[in-house]
Design a protein around this ligand. Structure first.
Ligand code: GLU
Ligand code: ZN
Length: 494
């Protein structure tokens, strides 16, 4: 049970793929609920049948699951104010009923204007430097006018009758904000076909679900005056007790070139982070820095620590810049936060995806990973890097291939001579461990051939690992084993 009255909501529309801006909003709401001991409501705004999809709905649920952002009321678990999918609420007639009551009580009216008429009058208004919003044409139609429109067979939408006054609220993030009356024209609540619009369903549900704090992106700021007015009306017709939630608008997230991060930017897609092997811990940590700060320059913390510290006075109104490098570096820190065993577990799906291992590891594969992961964890920033870093240890002899560019630069005639010398020195080695391998190679290549270490070990590394950049060479050869190591050296000097 929640031990405070705070009720916040995350209410995405299931269109397209979940993106990081959306996750940031979910995270801040979750953190505020957890910080205050309140309730985190998850609601799906899927009344736009042309744009919403079941696939996207599933992706949203999977996203929150993956991130570990648990909800207290919402899909799958229900709650006292369900259902939590607006498509189901619409089927229950909730919005049609509210619209009918708003009409009945005079808070809304039917508008018969056609799109062409609206457009024409908008153009005239613009030319005459008047506000281009709806001109209230149908606000007070006489019975005769209504009858005439109806006999023409015109369809009609439901419009909200905006009270003639300014709208002010004390934004939780941005302080006092005022919209002048003429900035907020009468707006459509319901389409001609009876479909309710966002302008109706969102505040109606916030009201019915007793939401106390609306924390959402700055892009929605201009809809707040309309919602305040609708709230007032909902109180008057008895849908609410007249209370109004507090609003806080979270800052924009800016991408490259100081443009708003767009859904179309590849690094805005949540799936991209999963595919690249970002940890949910790392991504959440980074996203919480977009517009919020813990203070004292602390930038590395868990979501539990975030919840502990999350207050709204630390949310900044200034645009936040999305910095993929920083996000990736924080992810690397989170990788090093995992135990070695845990890191192996998290890497395996990426190795499976690359076809290097099957879902159930063989004993040998497990041994290889247990030994090799400690060698690379210091350098890893994403889990998918394990494929490139460790692939040479897991790949079959038949599939082992040397990077072409690295072969060209390292396995020259001189390089192959180095490899041949290394092979000779190692063939007679008694004990196959990193220290013995290193000693034998130094003796043969550095002391024997008089090579600088860089020139001595470069060709050997490429021959054995297939790349110029690899985990530590001698340890790698130990893990790989004598037979495979020698076979690779042999084939490289051939
Ligand atoms: N369904 C809306 C959206 O996805 C929610 C807006 C709000 O938080 O009020 O943008
Ligand atoms: Zn009209």
């Amino acid at each position: 049970m929640a031990d405070s009255d705070v009720r916040v909501r995350f209410c995405p529309s299931p269109t397209g793929n979940p993106h990081v801006g959306m996750v940031r909003t979910a995270l801040f709401n979750w953190a505020y609920a957890r910080h205050t001991g309140g309730t985190f409501v998850f609601r799906i705004e899927d009344t736009d049948s042309a744009r919403d999809s079941e696939e996207s709905y599933e992706a949203l649920l999977a996203a929150l699951d993956w991130l570990g952002l648990t909800w207290d009321e919402g899909p799958n678990i229900g709650g006292p104010y369900g259902p939590y999918r607006q498509s189901e609420r619409m089927a229950d007639g909730i919005y049609a009923d509210v619209a009918a009551r708003l009409l009945q009580e005079g808070f809304a009216y039917h508008c018969y204007c056609t799109p062409a008429e609206l457009e024409e009058r908008r153009e005239i208004a613009k030319a005459e430097h008047r506000a281009p919003g709806y001109d209230r044409h149908c606000r007070d139609l006489s019975d005769e006018q209504v009858a005439a429109y109806q006999s023409e067979g015109r369809s009609r939408v439901v419009r909200f009758r905006m009270p003639d006054r300014d709208w002010t609220w004390d934004d939780l993030v941005r302080g006092p904000i005022t919209f002048a009356a003429d900035q907020v024209p009468d707006f459509v609540l319901q389409r001609a076909n009876g479909e309710p619009l966002y302008t109706l369903v969102n505040p109606v549900d916030d009201a019915m679900m007793r939401i106390t704090h609306v924390l959402r992106g700055e892009d929605l700021l201009s809809s707040t005056p309309r919602q305040l007015a609708l709230y007032e009306a909902l109180g008057r017709i008895g849908v609410t007790d007249g209370s109004v939630p507090s609003f806080g608008h979270l800052p924009y997230v800016m991408g490259e070139g100081n443009k708003k991060l767009s859904k179309r930017d590849p690094e805005s897609s949540l799936q991209w982070y999963r595919d690249e092997g970002y940890l949910p811990e790392g991504l959440l940590n980074y996203l919480s820095l977009l517009g919020w700060s813990m203070g004292d320059d602390i930038e590395f913390f868990s979501k539990e620590q975030l919840a502990e510290a999350f207050t709204l006075d630390r949310v900044s109104p200034n645009p936040a810049r999305f910095d993929l490098k920083k996000c990736t570096a924080i992810n690397g820190d989170w990788i090093r936060e995992l135990s070695e065993a845990e890191l192996v577990e998290r890497i395996v799906p990426f190795l499976v995806g690359a076809g290097l291992v099957a879902e159930t590891l063989t004993d040998r594969q497990r041994e290889v990973l247990d030994a090799a992961v400690p060698l690379v964890r210091e350098r890893m920033e994403t889990l998918s890097q394990a494929v490139g870093m460790l692939g040479f240890l897991l790949v079959s002899d038949a599939d082992f291939a040397i990077d072409e560019a690295d072969a060209t630069s390292q396995l020259t005639e001189d390089g192959r001579r180095v490899v041949a010398t290394a092979l000779e020195a190692l063939e007679s080695l008694d004990v196959w461990d990193a220290a013995s391998i290193e000693a034998a190679l130094r003796a043969a290549l550095v002391d024997g051939m008089g090579l600088k270490p860089k020139f001595a070990f470069g060709p050997v590394r490429v021959a054995v690992t297939g790349r110029r950049v690899s985990p530590p060479l001698f340890e790698s050869m130990e893990i790989l084993g004598r037979d495979t190591s020698l076979a690779r050296l042999r084939s490289a000097c051939g």
